[in-house]
Write a protein that binds this ligand. Structure first.
Ligand code: ZN
Length: 355
């Protein structure tokens, strides 16, 4: 398995404030680092280079994406708007909690280009599994809207690039938040199947109007909304009963995974209960699909536990026995709501095509 890395991804400085909200809060003694920060990506890399799975991995250099490449999934006016914000000379907010600053344009181009480098390695047959360990994340970025820490949709860019090369592409997103940006990029296309498994959070403002519910599902989009508290069992069943069958029925020959760890039991930005074992099982299921696969890094904000979950996911992807213990997997896995969640998600697609 090949990992792709670009040092410029660390240059995106999101500052601090009240968790994800920038600025000064008089009552708050110590401002907190923005959750989407460079330390989390460095921690993820360290886990993979120093953990026991390291011997199964190779590392390759990423690259910057060109303007032409970014324009495959975003409008020219939107990209100009992002560039202008990044070069304003100071940190600015694109929406409530999505900020850019002087290093951000390089990081955005590095994240997108590094995802494309992973795509190129898989398409060239150099590896079947390539993981772009990048930030900023991308799956909330829509064609012409930044949202949820995301400016350029790295997973959608890989999917669109593979589609143009003649592949039958599916995107599988297990970040705890709905992959609304990817859904938006491919909303007029039946060629690319988009699947998102996420917590029931609904729309969250003018930059995020999608519901993530089954009413948005159709032949080429599957939203699997899981109740708050869903854990390892819910994700296993969502994959086995809905996502994997949909990916197979689509005739997929190229898979893109939007890989987030904010579904973990300890993530401040999620209300799901996955443990490292759950992520290991996700990795096993992706490996069992046996498709050329590119993974892009999305969320995961309690950085130590997210790094452990990433390590476990990779164990599943490369097919090792469990290599690290999970000292925090003590939250009960409440499966009571899974049957009704999956039934509701399944009904969303029934008979619904696209105009
Ligand atoms: Zn997320």
């Amino acid at each position: 398995m090949e990992f792709f890395w670009h040092e410029a991804c660390l240059a995106h400085d999101t500052g601090d404030g009240l968790w994800e909200l920038p600025g000064r809060w008089e009552w708050l003694d110590e401002p907190e680092p923005h959750p989407e920060n460079a330390a989390r990506l460095r921690t993820f890399r360290h886990a993979l280079t120093h953990g026991p799975v390291a011997t199964h991995l190779t590392w390759s250099a990423g690259r910057f994406a060109t303007d032409e490449e970014l324009a495959r999934v975003h409008t020219a006016a939107y990209l100009a708007h992002i560039y202008k914000a990044c070069t304003a000379g100071e940190r600015v907010s694109l929406e409530t909690n999505t900020v850019v600053g002087p290093g951000s344009w390089d990081a955005i181009r590095a994240a997108a280009g590094t995802a494309l480098a992973a795509c190129e390695a898989v398409r060239a047959g150099r590896t079947r599994l390539a993981y772009a360990l990048v930030r900023p994340p991308g799956h909330h970025a829509q064609r012409a809207l930044a949202d949820g820490y995301c400016m350029v949709n790295n997973a959608a860019l890989v999917a669109e690039t593979a589609r143009r090369a003649g592949h039958r592409v599916a995107v599988l997103d297990w970040d705890v938040h709905h992959g609304n940006g990817t859904q938006d990029v491919f909303r007029d296309s039946e060629d690319v199947l988009t699947v998102s498994i996420h917590m029931r959070h609904g729309p969250w403002g003018a930059h995020h109007t999608q519901t993530g519910g089954p009413e948005e599902s159709d032949r080429a989009n599957l939203n699997v909304e899981l109740s708050l508290g869903a854990g390892d069992t819910a994700y296993r069943r969502a994959l086995d009963e809905l996502a994997v069958p949909a990916i197979r029925a689509h005739g997929t020959d190229f898979l893109v995974c939007a890989s987030g760890f904010d579904g973990s039991a300890f993530d401040p930005n999620g209300r799901h209960n996955l443990t490292a074992a759950g992520y290991r099982d996700i990795g096993r299921r992706v490996a069992a699909l046996d498709l050329p696969t590119v993974l892009t890094q999305e969320g995961g904000y309690l950085r130590g536990y997210s790094a452990l979950c990433l390590h476990a996911l990779v164990e599943g992807l490369v097919g090792t026995a469990p290599l690290l213990d999970d000292p925090l997997a003590y939250v009960p896995d409440d499966t009571r709501l899974v049957d009704s969640d999956l039934a509701r998600a399944a009904t969303g697609r029934a008979g619904r095509g696209r105009a």
